[in-house]
Design a protein. Structure first.
Length: 161
């Protein structure tokens, strides 16, 4: 759990440093002057990540930076961070969901241990009427039956259209 906090925190810290650096300079400089540096931020197609990356894009652009958002999957994002093709990513779920990326890239990508939310959970849910489903194993036992029901529902929906 501490590893994903490191990744997220370092990402946020990096953006804060960049933002503060953008605030520096002489009083003669215009706040609308564009910094020629481009910052590329990786974006994952998750609602929360889209909101956060766009928020940072606006903040950095107000400070005069050119910001480019790149919509990527996690594997491509890690490779881009490693190669330097991407400056920062604001999303990683450790220690569980993205632990394989930490293991593979911990020596070449800077993962922060800071976090902005300590109680995030990843999991599966089932409707309450599925009283016999209490684990992933239980769910797997009903896979064939569930797939048949989904196929039948799909067929009914197609016929109604």
């Amino acid at each position: 759990m501490n590893s994903w906090k490191k990744i997220l925190g370092l990402s946020i810290a990096l953006l804060v440093v960049v933002t503060l650096a953008a605030c520096g300079g002489s009083s003669e400089e215009s706040s609308s002057e564009v910094n020629q540096d481009e910052i590329s931020i990786g974006q994952i197609n998750w609602a929360e990540n889209i909101a956060v990356t766009n928020m940072w894009k606006v903040i950095l652009e107000e400070k005069g930076y050119n910001v480019k958002l790149q919509l990527l999957d996690m594997g491509t994002m890690m490779k881009a961070l490693e190669s330097g093709d991407l400056d920062v990513s604001l999303e990683v779920w450790l220690p569980v969901q993205d632990k394989n990326y930490l293991k593979e890239y911990q020596d070449t990508v800077n993962f922060s241990d800071a976090t902005w939310y300590d109680n995030a959970k990843v999991g599966l849910v089932v409707p309450t009427y599925m009283e016999d489903i209490n684990s992933i194993e239980d769910l797997n036992k009903t896979k064939t039956s569930l797939m048949a029901k989904l196929s039948a529902l799909t067929l009914v929906q197609v016929r109604w259209k």
